[in-house]
Design a protein around this ligand. Structure first.
Ligand SMILES: NC(=O)c1ccc[n+]([C@@H]2O[C@H](COP(=O)([O-])OP(=O)(O)OC[C@H]3O[C@@H](n4cnc5c(N)ncnc54)[C@H](OP(=O)(O)O)[C@@H]3O)[C@@H](O)[C@H]2O)c1
Length: 325
Protein backbone atom coordinates (compact mmCIF):
# COMPACT_ATOMS: atom_id res chain seq x y z
CA UNK A 1 0.00 0.00 0.00
CA UNK A 2 1.25 3.45 -0.84
CA UNK A 3 0.50 6.99 0.29
CA UNK A 4 1.48 10.52 -0.75
CA UNK A 5 3.26 12.61 1.87
CA UNK A 6 4.18 16.29 1.81
CA UNK A 7 7.99 16.50 1.58
CA UNK A 8 8.26 20.27 2.01
CA UNK A 9 5.96 23.26 1.92
CA UNK A 10 5.57 24.38 -1.74
CA UNK A 11 7.01 27.72 -2.79
CA UNK A 12 4.57 29.13 -5.35
CA UNK A 13 2.83 26.65 -7.63
CA UNK A 14 3.48 23.13 -6.21
CA UNK A 15 5.68 20.74 -8.17
CA UNK A 16 5.99 16.95 -7.99
CA UNK A 17 9.18 17.22 -5.86
CA UNK A 18 7.18 18.82 -3.03
CA UNK A 19 5.63 15.38 -2.45
CA UNK A 20 6.81 11.79 -2.12
CA UNK A 21 4.93 8.60 -2.87
CA UNK A 22 5.93 6.22 -0.08
CA UNK A 23 5.18 2.66 0.96
CA UNK A 24 2.76 2.71 3.87
CA UNK A 25 1.85 -0.32 5.95
CA UNK A 26 -1.62 -1.65 5.14
CA UNK A 27 -4.16 -0.25 7.58
CA UNK A 28 -4.98 -2.79 10.31
CA UNK A 29 -6.92 -2.98 13.56
CA UNK A 30 -9.44 -0.65 15.15
CA UNK A 31 -13.20 -0.39 14.87
CA UNK A 32 -14.71 0.84 11.67
CA UNK A 33 -14.46 0.04 7.99
CA UNK A 34 -11.38 -0.81 6.01
CA UNK A 35 -11.56 0.74 2.57
CA UNK A 36 -9.70 0.10 -0.64
CA UNK A 37 -9.58 3.62 -2.03
CA UNK A 38 -10.57 3.94 -5.71
CA UNK A 39 -10.61 7.71 -6.33
CA UNK A 40 -8.67 10.50 -4.59
CA UNK A 41 -10.11 13.97 -4.60
CA UNK A 42 -7.75 16.82 -5.50
CA UNK A 43 -9.13 20.09 -4.15
CA UNK A 44 -7.83 23.66 -4.37
CA UNK A 45 -8.27 24.21 -0.60
CA UNK A 46 -5.38 21.80 0.03
CA UNK A 47 -2.99 24.46 -1.23
CA UNK A 48 -4.15 26.88 1.46
CA UNK A 49 -3.76 24.06 4.02
CA UNK A 50 -0.13 23.78 2.83
CA UNK A 51 0.42 27.51 3.35
CA UNK A 52 -1.19 27.59 6.80
CA UNK A 53 -4.04 29.81 5.63
CA UNK A 54 -6.96 27.39 5.74
CA UNK A 55 -9.91 27.94 8.09
CA UNK A 56 -10.12 24.30 9.24
CA UNK A 57 -6.99 22.22 8.60
CA UNK A 58 -3.21 22.39 8.94
CA UNK A 59 -0.39 20.01 8.01
CA UNK A 60 3.38 19.57 8.29
CA UNK A 61 6.08 17.99 6.11
CA UNK A 62 6.01 14.21 6.55
CA UNK A 63 2.22 14.09 6.90
CA UNK A 64 0.06 12.10 4.49
CA UNK A 65 -1.81 14.72 2.46
CA UNK A 66 -5.39 14.93 3.75
CA UNK A 67 -8.39 14.89 1.47
CA UNK A 68 -11.55 13.10 0.44
CA UNK A 69 -11.85 9.87 -1.45
CA UNK A 70 -14.23 7.12 -2.46
CA UNK A 71 -13.57 3.42 -2.24
CA UNK A 72 -14.89 -0.06 -1.62
CA UNK A 73 -15.30 -1.57 1.82
CA UNK A 74 -12.95 -4.52 2.32
CA UNK A 75 -13.75 -5.33 5.96
CA UNK A 76 -16.21 -3.90 8.44
CA UNK A 77 -16.88 -4.26 12.17
CA UNK A 78 -20.32 -2.68 11.63
CA UNK A 79 -23.46 -4.39 10.34
CA UNK A 80 -24.25 -1.15 8.47
CA UNK A 81 -21.41 -1.72 5.99
CA UNK A 82 -20.54 -4.87 4.05
CA UNK A 83 -17.56 -5.72 1.87
CA UNK A 84 -18.15 -4.33 -1.60
CA UNK A 85 -20.13 -1.26 -0.44
CA UNK A 86 -18.94 1.99 -2.01
CA UNK A 87 -18.28 4.73 0.54
CA UNK A 88 -16.97 8.27 0.71
CA UNK A 89 -14.76 9.60 3.50
CA UNK A 90 -11.70 11.68 4.38
CA UNK A 91 -9.10 8.97 3.75
CA UNK A 92 -6.19 11.19 2.74
CA UNK A 93 -4.04 10.47 -0.31
CA UNK A 94 -3.52 6.74 0.31
CA UNK A 95 -4.48 3.45 -1.26
CA UNK A 96 -6.20 1.98 1.80
CA UNK A 97 -7.57 3.30 5.06
CA UNK A 98 -9.43 2.33 8.20
CA UNK A 99 -11.99 4.88 9.23
CA UNK A 100 -14.64 5.04 12.00
CA UNK A 101 -18.14 4.10 10.85
CA UNK A 102 -19.54 7.54 11.69
CA UNK A 103 -17.09 9.19 9.30
CA UNK A 104 -18.08 7.42 6.07
CA UNK A 105 -21.23 7.60 4.01
CA UNK A 106 -22.61 5.10 1.53
CA UNK A 107 -22.88 6.33 -2.02
CA UNK A 108 -26.20 6.73 -3.81
CA UNK A 109 -26.85 3.93 -6.29
CA UNK A 110 -27.22 4.53 -10.01
CA UNK A 111 -24.57 7.25 -10.27
CA UNK A 112 -20.82 7.00 -10.86
CA UNK A 113 -18.96 6.67 -7.52
CA UNK A 114 -16.59 9.52 -8.45
CA UNK A 115 -19.51 11.99 -8.39
CA UNK A 116 -19.44 11.75 -4.58
CA UNK A 117 -16.28 13.89 -4.74
CA UNK A 118 -17.67 16.45 -7.17
CA UNK A 119 -21.19 17.36 -8.19
CA UNK A 120 -22.71 15.05 -5.52
CA UNK A 121 -20.11 15.78 -2.85
CA UNK A 122 -18.51 18.68 -1.04
CA UNK A 123 -18.17 20.92 -4.14
CA UNK A 124 -21.78 20.27 -5.17
CA UNK A 125 -22.94 21.10 -1.65
CA UNK A 126 -20.97 24.35 -1.81
CA UNK A 127 -22.76 25.24 -5.03
CA UNK A 128 -26.17 24.20 -3.69
CA UNK A 129 -25.80 26.35 -0.55
CA UNK A 130 -24.39 29.31 -2.47
CA UNK A 131 -27.12 29.30 -5.11
CA UNK A 132 -30.03 28.83 -2.69
CA UNK A 133 -28.86 31.08 0.13
CA UNK A 134 -26.80 33.79 -1.54
CA UNK A 135 -27.34 34.08 -5.30
CA UNK A 136 -31.09 33.43 -5.15
CA UNK A 137 -31.36 33.54 -8.95
CA UNK A 138 -34.65 34.64 -10.45
CA UNK A 139 -36.11 34.28 -13.94
CA UNK A 140 -34.41 36.60 -16.39
CA UNK A 141 -31.66 37.66 -14.00
CA UNK A 142 -28.02 37.62 -15.07
CA UNK A 143 -25.85 35.30 -12.97
CA UNK A 144 -22.07 35.20 -13.47
CA UNK A 145 -19.74 32.46 -12.18
CA UNK A 146 -15.95 32.08 -12.37
CA UNK A 147 -14.06 28.76 -12.74
CA UNK A 148 -17.24 27.53 -14.47
CA UNK A 149 -15.99 24.07 -15.51
CA UNK A 150 -14.95 22.96 -12.02
CA UNK A 151 -17.28 20.99 -9.76
CA UNK A 152 -18.39 24.09 -7.86
CA UNK A 153 -18.78 26.50 -10.78
CA UNK A 154 -20.41 24.05 -13.19
CA UNK A 155 -23.03 23.13 -10.59
CA UNK A 156 -23.66 26.77 -9.68
CA UNK A 157 -24.21 27.70 -13.32
CA UNK A 158 -26.57 24.85 -14.07
CA UNK A 159 -28.65 25.34 -10.90
CA UNK A 160 -28.98 29.05 -11.69
CA UNK A 161 -29.99 28.20 -15.23
CA UNK A 162 -32.67 25.81 -13.93
CA UNK A 163 -34.04 28.72 -11.88
CA UNK A 164 -34.58 30.62 -15.13
CA UNK A 165 -31.54 32.89 -15.00
CA UNK A 166 -29.25 33.86 -17.85
CA UNK A 167 -25.86 32.36 -16.93
CA UNK A 168 -22.46 33.72 -17.95
CA UNK A 169 -19.16 32.02 -17.11
CA UNK A 170 -15.70 33.55 -16.80
CA UNK A 171 -13.09 30.91 -17.75
CA UNK A 172 -9.43 30.64 -18.72
CA UNK A 173 -9.22 30.04 -22.45
CA UNK A 174 -11.37 29.57 -25.54
CA UNK A 175 -11.67 25.79 -25.15
CA UNK A 176 -13.05 26.08 -21.62
CA UNK A 177 -15.51 28.75 -22.78
CA UNK A 178 -16.69 26.54 -25.63
CA UNK A 179 -17.27 23.61 -23.22
CA UNK A 180 -19.23 25.83 -20.82
CA UNK A 181 -21.67 26.51 -23.65
CA UNK A 182 -21.77 23.14 -25.42
CA UNK A 183 -21.67 20.78 -22.42
CA UNK A 184 -23.00 22.79 -19.49
CA UNK A 185 -25.56 24.91 -21.34
CA UNK A 186 -24.27 28.31 -20.21
CA UNK A 187 -25.64 31.24 -22.20
CA UNK A 188 -22.26 32.89 -22.61
CA UNK A 189 -18.69 32.54 -21.37
CA UNK A 190 -15.90 35.12 -21.34
CA UNK A 191 -12.18 34.32 -21.49
CA UNK A 192 -10.43 36.36 -18.79
CA UNK A 193 -7.14 35.92 -20.60
CA UNK A 194 -8.41 37.85 -23.64
CA UNK A 195 -7.22 41.42 -24.05
CA UNK A 196 -10.68 42.99 -23.96
CA UNK A 197 -11.91 40.81 -21.05
CA UNK A 198 -13.65 43.63 -19.13
CA UNK A 199 -15.37 45.03 -22.23
CA UNK A 200 -16.42 41.50 -23.26
CA UNK A 201 -17.92 40.92 -19.82
CA UNK A 202 -19.94 44.13 -20.17
CA UNK A 203 -21.14 43.08 -23.62
CA UNK A 204 -22.17 39.65 -22.29
CA UNK A 205 -24.13 41.26 -19.43
CA UNK A 206 -25.98 44.20 -21.03
CA UNK A 207 -28.34 44.43 -18.03
CA UNK A 208 -25.39 44.20 -15.61
CA UNK A 209 -24.84 41.38 -13.08
CA UNK A 210 -27.60 40.48 -10.62
CA UNK A 211 -25.54 37.89 -8.76
CA UNK A 212 -21.92 36.77 -8.98
CA UNK A 213 -20.37 33.55 -7.61
CA UNK A 214 -16.64 34.09 -7.10
CA UNK A 215 -14.27 31.11 -7.09
CA UNK A 216 -11.15 33.04 -7.97
CA UNK A 217 -10.65 36.55 -6.51
CA UNK A 218 -8.14 38.98 -8.06
CA UNK A 219 -8.89 40.84 -11.25
CA UNK A 220 -11.80 38.55 -12.18
CA UNK A 221 -13.57 39.49 -8.95
CA UNK A 222 -12.73 43.15 -9.51
CA UNK A 223 -14.19 43.05 -13.03
CA UNK A 224 -17.43 41.46 -11.80
CA UNK A 225 -17.78 43.92 -8.91
CA UNK A 226 -17.37 46.77 -11.39
CA UNK A 227 -20.47 45.69 -13.33
CA UNK A 228 -23.01 44.90 -10.60
CA UNK A 229 -26.67 45.73 -10.81
CA UNK A 230 -28.49 47.52 -7.98
CA UNK A 231 -28.86 45.23 -4.93
CA UNK A 232 -26.67 42.52 -6.48
CA UNK A 233 -25.63 39.50 -4.42
CA UNK A 234 -22.04 38.22 -4.42
CA UNK A 235 -21.00 34.83 -3.02
CA UNK A 236 -17.33 34.85 -2.00
CA UNK A 237 -16.36 31.19 -2.24
CA UNK A 238 -12.74 30.78 -3.34
CA UNK A 239 -9.51 32.70 -3.94
CA UNK A 240 -7.57 30.35 -6.19
CA UNK A 241 -5.86 33.31 -7.85
CA UNK A 242 -3.86 33.85 -4.64
CA UNK A 243 -3.42 30.31 -3.25
CA UNK A 244 0.09 30.04 -4.72
CA UNK A 245 1.19 33.56 -3.76
CA UNK A 246 3.37 34.13 -0.69
CA UNK A 247 1.81 37.52 0.04
CA UNK A 248 -1.88 38.26 0.03
CA UNK A 249 -2.47 40.78 -2.79
CA UNK A 250 -4.26 44.07 -2.09
CA UNK A 251 -8.04 43.80 -2.24
CA UNK A 252 -10.22 45.03 -5.07
CA UNK A 253 -11.65 48.53 -5.12
CA UNK A 254 -15.01 48.25 -3.33
CA UNK A 255 -16.46 51.57 -4.50
CA UNK A 256 -18.80 49.85 -7.00
CA UNK A 257 -20.19 47.71 -4.16
CA UNK A 258 -21.40 50.86 -2.42
CA UNK A 259 -22.84 52.29 -5.64
CA UNK A 260 -24.75 49.06 -6.32
CA UNK A 261 -25.90 48.71 -2.67
CA UNK A 262 -24.65 45.15 -3.13
CA UNK A 263 -24.31 42.38 -0.56
CA UNK A 264 -21.10 40.33 -0.33
CA UNK A 265 -21.41 37.06 1.62
CA UNK A 266 -18.62 34.68 2.57
CA UNK A 267 -19.47 31.02 1.98
CA UNK A 268 -17.90 28.11 3.91
CA UNK A 269 -19.21 24.65 3.09
CA UNK A 270 -18.49 23.35 6.62
CA UNK A 271 -21.58 25.29 7.76
CA UNK A 272 -23.77 23.26 5.42
CA UNK A 273 -22.86 19.57 5.80
CA UNK A 274 -26.17 18.90 7.61
CA UNK A 275 -27.86 19.78 4.30
CA UNK A 276 -26.12 17.01 2.34
CA UNK A 277 -29.19 14.68 2.42
CA UNK A 278 -31.45 17.47 1.10
CA UNK A 279 -28.92 18.33 -1.59
CA UNK A 280 -28.65 14.68 -2.64
CA UNK A 281 -32.47 14.30 -2.75
CA UNK A 282 -32.55 17.17 -5.22
CA UNK A 283 -29.41 16.59 -7.29
CA UNK A 284 -29.09 12.78 -7.57
CA UNK A 285 -32.23 12.50 -9.77
CA UNK A 286 -30.94 15.33 -11.97
CA UNK A 287 -27.57 13.61 -12.44
CA UNK A 288 -29.27 10.27 -13.15
CA UNK A 289 -31.51 11.92 -15.75
CA UNK A 290 -28.53 13.63 -17.40
CA UNK A 291 -30.03 17.04 -16.61
CA UNK A 292 -27.13 18.07 -14.37
CA UNK A 293 -23.84 17.55 -16.20
CA UNK A 294 -20.38 17.27 -14.75
CA UNK A 295 -16.86 17.15 -16.15
CA UNK A 296 -14.01 15.13 -14.68
CA UNK A 297 -10.24 15.35 -15.12
CA UNK A 298 -8.89 11.95 -14.07
CA UNK A 299 -5.24 11.00 -13.61
CA UNK A 300 -4.29 7.32 -13.25
CA UNK A 301 -2.41 5.76 -10.33
CA UNK A 302 -1.24 7.12 -6.99
CA UNK A 303 2.19 7.96 -8.42
CA UNK A 304 0.55 10.53 -10.73
CA UNK A 305 -1.07 12.40 -7.79
CA UNK A 306 1.62 15.08 -7.22
CA UNK A 307 1.73 16.04 -10.92
CA UNK A 308 -2.08 16.06 -11.12
CA UNK A 309 -2.29 18.38 -8.11
CA UNK A 310 0.31 20.69 -9.69
CA UNK A 311 -1.82 20.71 -12.85
CA UNK A 312 -4.90 21.74 -10.85
CA UNK A 313 -2.88 24.52 -9.26
CA UNK A 314 -1.84 25.76 -12.70
CA UNK A 315 -5.52 25.86 -13.67
CA UNK A 316 -5.05 23.27 -16.42
CA UNK A 317 -7.75 20.85 -15.24
CA UNK A 318 -11.04 20.65 -17.09
CA UNK A 319 -13.59 19.45 -14.56
CA UNK A 320 -13.30 17.83 -11.15
CA UNK A 321 -9.67 16.83 -10.54
CA UNK A 322 -9.43 13.16 -9.48
CA UNK A 323 -6.93 10.34 -9.33
CA UNK A 324 -8.20 6.85 -10.12
CA UNK A 325 -6.41 4.13 -8.14
N1 LIG B 1 -15.73 28.25 0.52
C1 LIG B 1 -15.85 26.93 0.47
O1 LIG B 1 -16.37 26.30 1.40
C2 LIG B 1 -15.36 26.20 -0.73
C3 LIG B 1 -15.71 24.86 -0.97
C4 LIG B 1 -15.25 24.24 -2.14
C5 LIG B 1 -14.45 24.94 -3.04
N2 LIG B 1 -14.10 26.22 -2.74
C6 LIG B 1 -13.32 27.01 -3.68
O2 LIG B 1 -14.05 27.12 -4.89
C7 LIG B 1 -13.16 27.27 -5.99
C8 LIG B 1 -13.50 26.23 -7.06
O3 LIG B 1 -13.28 24.93 -6.54
P1 LIG B 1 -13.44 23.64 -7.44
O4 LIG B 1 -13.25 22.48 -6.55
O5 LIG B 1 -14.68 23.77 -8.27
O6 LIG B 1 -12.14 23.68 -8.36
P2 LIG B 1 -11.82 24.02 -9.89
O7 LIG B 1 -12.83 24.93 -10.49
O8 LIG B 1 -11.50 22.78 -10.61
O9 LIG B 1 -10.52 24.89 -9.63
C9 LIG B 1 -9.50 25.02 -10.55
C10 LIG B 1 -9.85 26.08 -11.58
O10 LIG B 1 -9.69 27.39 -11.03
C11 LIG B 1 -9.50 28.30 -12.11
N3 LIG B 1 -8.52 29.36 -11.84
C12 LIG B 1 -8.76 30.68 -11.93
N4 LIG B 1 -7.69 31.39 -11.61
C13 LIG B 1 -6.71 30.50 -11.34
C14 LIG B 1 -5.35 30.64 -10.97
N5 LIG B 1 -4.76 31.85 -10.79
N6 LIG B 1 -4.63 29.53 -10.78
C15 LIG B 1 -5.19 28.30 -10.94
N7 LIG B 1 -6.50 28.12 -11.28
C16 LIG B 1 -7.24 29.21 -11.49
C17 LIG B 1 -9.10 27.45 -13.32
O11 LIG B 1 -10.22 27.45 -14.19
P3 LIG B 1 -10.36 28.60 -15.30
O12 LIG B 1 -9.21 28.40 -16.21
O13 LIG B 1 -11.68 28.36 -15.91
O14 LIG B 1 -10.29 29.90 -14.58
C18 LIG B 1 -8.92 26.06 -12.75
O15 LIG B 1 -9.22 25.05 -13.68
C19 LIG B 1 -11.75 27.15 -5.41
O16 LIG B 1 -11.25 28.44 -5.18
C20 LIG B 1 -11.98 26.43 -4.08
O17 LIG B 1 -10.96 26.69 -3.16
C21 LIG B 1 -14.54 26.85 -1.63
Amino acid sequence: MRAVVLKRFPDGIPCSDDFAVVAAPAATGGDGVRVRVRFLSLDPYLRSVMSGRHVGHSMAPGDIVPGGGVGEVVESTSLDFAPGDWVQGEFGWREDAIIPVGQVRKLPSGVAPSTALGVLGMPGLTAYAGVNDILQPGAGQTIVVSAPLGPVGSTVGQLAKRAGARVVGIAGGARKCELALSVLGFDDCIDYRSEDFVAALHRACPNRIDAYFDNVGGRVLEAALGHLNLHARVALCGLIDQYNKAERPPGPNLGPVIAARATLTGLVVYDHFHRLPAMLDELVPLVKAGELKYLEDIAQGIESTPAAFARLMRGENIGKALVAL
